[in-house]
Design a binder for this molecule. Structure first.
Ligand code: NAP
Length: 225
């Protein structure tokens, strides 16, 4: 399948790499290809510059948000505060009728660390996207964890949970199938897109857990009586 991954950061790269390894035709979207390829500094987490990363993934194309958004299925892996701007560059017509997997978190770093949420409680980034692009089929997923998103077996042998929120059942079913192709077993459908509020509000706790958990490779495992 032709997939547009909108976002050139760690998450965009991680998802693009996995999707490409599964045989999908992947294009990463960015604001300006030349400027992205010209960057030479590692990011804040010490990840290599994009061009260096790209050398290991010759099959992945890199283009503008607008061109990447011409894929059949789209992933939003842009900075939460810039998501609406990035998706406007992608173009509403390109999003129309398509599944848009939203993995972004509305983190606001303007007052330093830890970040606050720029939207919460009665609204979510996913709902903001859906309102701005009513013809897109927005499905929130994978925002609650880090690299385990494409390698669930790396945490507890894969026995942990990933959530799916959205208003369109067939879109959610398509996302479930994609997650299963990543190796996910426990895929929990939470309900309509308003359930994205809860998974986005998990982020402050997730950030606090990185210290006690000794890193970012952990996730939620739900149990019941
Ligand atoms: P990021 O640094 O949060 O976002 C990078 C992307 O945002 C780039 O493609 C960048 O465009 C775009 N962007 C930034 N400012 C922009 C602007 N003003 N207008 C348009 N686009 C803009 O990258 P990330 O760490 O990979 O995270 C991506 C998303 O996934 C975030 O929302 C994050 O909260 C969420 N998330 C992160 C993790 C994690 O472990 N890091 C896990 C789950 C979810 P250019 O390509 O042009 O630079």
């Amino acid at each position: 399948m032709k997939i547009g991954v909108l976002g050139s950061g760690t998450v965009g790269r991680t998802l693009a790499g996995k999707l490409s390894s599964l045989g999908h035709d992947v294009t990463i979207g960015t604001r300006d290809v030349d400027s992205l390829m010209a960057r030479t500094d590692p990011d804040q987490m010490g990840n290599p510059p994009f061009a260096e990363w790209k050398e290991s993934f010759p099959d992945i194309a890199v283009d503008t948000f607008e061109v990447a958004a011409q894929g059949e299925l789209l992933v939003n892996a842009t900075s939460g505060g810039a998501t609406l701007e990035a998706l406007k560059l992608a173009g509403a017509a390109n999003l129309s009728g398509k599944v848009l997997i939203d993995v972004a978190n509305p983190l606001d770093f303007s007052r330093g660390f830890p970040p606050s949420l720029s939207v919460c409680n009665t609204d979510s980034l996913a709902e903001q996207i859906q309102r701005e692009f009513p013809e897109a089929k927005v499905v929130k997923s994978l925002n609650t964890m880090t690299a385990a998103m494409v390698d669930p077996g790396a945490v507890a042998g894969g026995d942990h949970d990933v959530f799916v929120s959205g208003n369109d059942q067939s879109a959610k079913d398509q996302v479930r199938a994609l997650l299963e192709s990543f190796g996910w077993i426990n895929v929990l459908h939470l309900g309509g897109l308003e359930t994205a509020r809860g998974v986005e509000m998990w982020l402050p706790l997730w950030l606090s857990l990185m210290g006690p958990m000794g890193g970012a490779m952990f996730n939620l495992k739900l149990v019941k009586a």
